[in-house]
Design a protein around this ligand. Structure first.
Ligand code: NDP
Length: 251
């Protein structure tokens, strides 16, 4: 029996691959056999080195996803440099914090444009390619705030619950065309994004008290879920949002 998690011969795009969760997922996909286009603003040189050390191909594709201007080029460049596109991981994301009564249009637009608009249009362009080529896998990085309201993060919550709906819509439209569209909802993961929360002793304590696992997740904890949803093991999984959260949502 062949290994259903084997990604040998597959080509993946990972957005925001230079650090944090995106870097960990890019390296996990390469460890499972995939070649990876590392897409983002900051060149993912360390990620590329880690992937090449595993004997896989890796390329940097520069793109600022705060607008949808680069999305067609990202897919075209990946196909030109790595010979195809089988897997898309929409990971790049930002957060802005302020009370709802004070929240600015600029902070609304910045988060929605990066976390939701670019995600949809990258799905669209990648999806067209995958449908024309017989199939593929799309994994969108959601959040616990896909399921919960949160506080002081209105545009982030709207973007991440939007990703949940979008993932299901695209699964509905593309399941019969061989494209699997799923999402991962990370819990509290120790990255640059959450460094301020970890440094705040009171907030950190209340977060740890609330997580059944009793600890922050590591970015590498997302790797297995991403490999699963990118692989043949997930061929009949559609529109699912997989929480990797140390039990947060179970509580
Ligand atoms: P980081 O802040 O460590 O990394 C975010 C990544 O997104 C970076 O690579 C960053 O690139 C990239 N990015 C941001 N804006 C843009 C842009 N305009 N164009 C291209 N790339 C961009 O965050 P995490 O690794 O923690 O988060 C990754 C994803 O996981 C996000 O979608 C986040 O919402 C989600 N998530 C994280 C959780 C956590 O606890 N950490 C919990 C739930 C969800 P650059 O370095 O160049 O800015």
């Amino acid at each position: 029996m062949t290994n259903p998690f084997d990604l040998t011969g597959k080509v993946a795009i990972v957005t925001g691959a230079n650090t944090g969760i995106g870097q960990a997922i890019a390296v996990a996909l390469a460890t499972a056999g995939a070649d990876v286009a590392c897409v983002g603003r900051t060149p993912a040189e360390d990620t590329v080195a880690q992937i090449r050390a595993r004997g896989r191909k890796a390329e940097i594709v520069s793109a600022d996803l705060s607008t949808i201007e680069p999305v067609q080029r990202v897919v075209d460049e990946t196909v030109a440099k790595l010979g195809g596109l089988d897997i898309l991981i929409n990971n790049a994301g930002i957060i802005r914090r302020a009370d709802a009564v004070d929240f600015t249009e600029a902070d609304w637009d910045a988060v929605i444009d990066t976390n939701l608009k670019s995600v949809f249009f990258l799905c669209q362009v990648a999806g067209r390619h995958m449908i024309a080529n017989g199939g593929g896998k799309i994994v969108n990085i959601a959040s616990m705030l896909t399921f919960q309201g949160g506080i002081r993060v209105p545009s982030y919550t709207a973007s991440k619950s939007g990703i949940g709906g979008l993932t299901k819509l695209l699964a509905n439209e593309w399941a019969s065309k061989g494209v699997n569209v799923n999402a991962i909802a990370p819990g509290y993961i120790a990255t640059n994004n959450t460094a301020a929360l970890q440094a705040d002793e009171t907030r950190n304590r209340s977060i740890l008290d609330r997580i059944p696992a009793g600890k922050w997740g590591d970015a590498s904890d997302l790797g297995g879920a991403a490999v699963f949803l990118s692989s043949a093991a997930a061929n009949y999984v559609q529109g699912h949002i997989l929480a990797v959260d140390g039990g947060w949502l179970a509580r």
